[in-house]
Ligand binder design. Sequence first.
Ligand code: ADP
Ligand code: MG
Length: 615
Amino acid sequence: MGTHAFQAEVGRVLSLVINSLYSNKEIFLRELVSNASDALDKLRFRALTEPGLLEGEPQLVIRLRADKDNKVLVIEDTGVGMTEAELVENLGTVARSGTAEFLKKLEEGAKKDVNVIGQFGVGFYSAYLVADRVEVVSRAAGTEKAWKWTSTGKDTFEVEPAEKTTRGTELHLHLKDEHGEMLEDWRLRELVQRYSDYVAYPIELEDKDGKRETINQGRALWQRPKSEITDEQYEELYKHLTHAWDKPVARTHFRVEGTQEFVGLFWLPQDPPFDLDDPRKQHGVRLFVKRILVMEDCEAILPQWLRFMRGLVDSDDLPLNVSRELLQESSSLRTIKKQVTKRVLDLLDEVAKDKPEDYAKFWESFGRILKEGLAVDPEWKERVAKLTRWPSTHGADLVSLDDYVGRMKEGQDAIYWVAGESKAALEGSPHLEALRARGYEVLLLTDAVDTWAAEGLREHGGKKLVNAMRADVKLPDDEETKKKTEEATKEIEPLVAAAKKLLEGKVKEVLVSSRLRESPACLSLTGAAMPAHLEKLLARSGKEVPKGQRSFELNPTHPAVTALAALAAKDPNDPKLADWVTLLYEQSLVAEGSPVEDPNGFARRVTALLTQAIG
Ligand code: ADP
Ligand code: MG
């Protein structure tokens, strides 16, 4: 009871809403009707186990009433209602985690568009687009007391006891003078038809004599035949279900018959929600059973790696009292999940084929999530692999694996990849030299999930995926090259032996390399070793990085290496030899993006070399 201050974020959201939606004022009605519809969904669900909640008011309905004398628009529903505490909590705070940081970015940045702002579920506050005072009178289902929340939308709100004989919520919008038209019959009908026709409950318009007329279809949109649904209607349903305001890129609406009968409707969103990576994020997939919403955010319907999709399933066969725990075990749900996954992948295939530009945007926003499927889902990884796009040495554009395989050179028997911090850093990698010399394309993987994903995929189109940074990579060679390498290998044997002694404990092996052309030396991965950028990630998160997991490879045809080999043959204990081998090792560390173990020693060695070269 009494006067409360809005949470600070609410004020900021409110002013953002008012400032960025001034030309979209009419959306207030769809937001408030959407809330009423949610409240009715919640009531209907609770009434499954507590039928007493429906007593006194069995009807589930939304009503609009215009009081022209007082310039008040009333929006009423017979839904769950709110207790005193819920009024304070739900209408006085912005609950989503990460909101404060996101608001800051939004206020600083230029991207003040409606879509981004809509992500907060600013729904209720949109009432202040047309009203200068809002009263919310509510009585929670199953309680006797009603409460009134009042605010002009500036700093504070009041909550006091009120009179209300029936369950549900009544919003009284005291309209600003210039919005008197929102009281007109024709205007309300038009707005309901445009924005709220998907609503599964009757929306009634009540005139001043108390006469009521239903002005929407009142039937769940997804149960209507596709041919009777317009793009606009789909879009309004999307906005209602997801609380998002973007225009989805594509949708799939289907009915599955057979052992599990259900309707599915899924959208590929345009904009990633700001809390996509937050495990507590909401508004994903809703589960209905026989038109009744039984679960919001039903994570069991889609695999994790499709968690960016939004939509609903309406099942005819699942029990109404289904719980999250039960769902995990349910074989019916496994059938549904499989069907939905297939349809969603079909949809992505279609976008990739027919709308390449949209697909490129999709990939940028959600590709890193889809790629997880390669690592965790053997059942689907082949289909997912076809949808993936990668940076490569082929050019500036991302490439598909099928394109890569189609371009493979004669004699090339694998798909090669390297992983690192950025495409630019990888393009100079010594690991590419021999591959380049053969004209082989190499995928340049830069996402944190990529190594994991590529290792999980293993092969595509009958071709193995090969990490070109590994020590055990063998490239096909012709006889002549093989012979040359053998000879060169013999020649640098003394150097290999000396390097083995010098780098003991630092590297696993010293090898004669066949992968290098321009570089004298490099490091390659052995055993379970990770690429340098992942080791850095690991170290940053406080985990121990195992040492000595590299092989040191020497280029037997490089003049610096052959000269060092001659030195080693003359005197393996020459102190200059130790310095220079160490330097080669250190520059290999730098090249792969790893920290040098002894930076001062490194600097000293480089300076000595410089001085000699200049002198
Ligand atoms: P969202 O709908 O995205 O959650 P809103 O700002 O539209 O955000 O609403 C905030 C919260 O207020 C809702 O989540 C709900 O708990 C509560 N609420 C709003 N309108 C109603 C209503 N008519 N009946 C019951 N609860 C409501
Ligand atoms: Mg809402």
